[in-house]
Design a protein around this ligand. Sequence first.
Ligand code: NAD
Ligand code: UDP
Length: 330
Amino acid sequence: MATPRRRVVILGGAGFIGSHLCDHFLAQGSVVVCVDNYLTGAARNIAHLLGRPDFEHIETDISEGLAVEGDVDAVLHFASPASPADYRRFPIETLRAGSLGTFNALALSQAKNARFVLASTSEVYGDPQVHPQAEAYWGNVNPVGPRSCYDEAKRFAEALTWSYARQHQLSTCIIRIFNTFGPRMRAGDGRVIPNFIDQALSDRPLTIAGDGTQTRSFCYVDDLVDGVSKATAADIAGPVNLGNPVEHTVRELADLVRAQIVSDAAIAYYPLPQDDPQIRCPDISRARRQLGWSPAVTLAEGLRRTIEWTLTAEDSVQRESQQVPSSGRH
Ligand code: NAD
Ligand code: UDP
């Protein structure tokens, strides 16, 4: 008798990371149910999957309710604005996705007895006072700042996930994702890598917040997807950091992008937005130990692939024009 195929529900499946997860689980032989309301995602991210018998998509706002018929083996909750520019624009939607959306996602997991994976974030560490950040660190988050809608929604979602696991013996895993990049980030998404690539390709100044000495650690999306896949299959609850532990300043990143594009675009500095973390780097010891995971793609190689995709993407010729970010909005 044939084994039934696994059925994976991906919330936020039309987003940047979510759409790569759809591709990955389909390639693994699972049936994928993509759920999205297209708030910050795009139908074009999943256009290549439409019509496949093993791919279903449901357009709905998961904070309003979530109904999926049939058996489900895993629910992956990736539905939330993630770019600071997006969650500044949609603070209440972000809080609703992290709170009500997470309730609905966990209720679905419970009803189906399905493994639940929460896409949490390095932002739960806020502007960290411990470096690099290990999972045991509780963070330094401003509860009423411009980033709080995102940070606190994710912290609440983690607490809710933890509570469902304890009270209902649900199989759950919290992953804390650090800055991830790659193909399918919107040119107008506002995050630093798509901004710099878009600016350098159209010979506009690269916009650097503050003096560019703040650091981030950038993970290529294929590595991240591999980590999510391992966390879904494993029997661990987390939280577990998933990110690339090689740290760069924003200024170094600008130089790397300009070198790869062979651009002599200028640099335009603007004031550092409030609560912008000064440093960020994951301690991935737990992911190495419990999942046997570590990233393989360097920043330079990831940038090369992302730039190549940007140049060949259908909409590359009509890249959204970017405004120079200002303090408090980028
Ligand atoms: P994204 O904005 O490209 O994707 C998010 C997707 O969720 C979009 O398709 C959006 O339309 C959808 N969505 C938002 N609210 C929804 C709702 N209420 N109902 C249904 N769908 C909804 O962002 P991303 O970078 O792909 O991030 C995906 C997830 O990973 C997010 O939960 C984010 O917090 C997390 N994460 C991402 C990063 C990163 O660097 N990309 C870092 C940490 C955490
Ligand atoms: N940043 C920048 N120029 C931009 C966009 C962002 O210098 O055009 C900075 C931002 O202020 C932050 C870092 O780059 O210090 C990473 O920003 P991003 O929005 O990508 O992600 P974050 O880590 O802040 O969530």
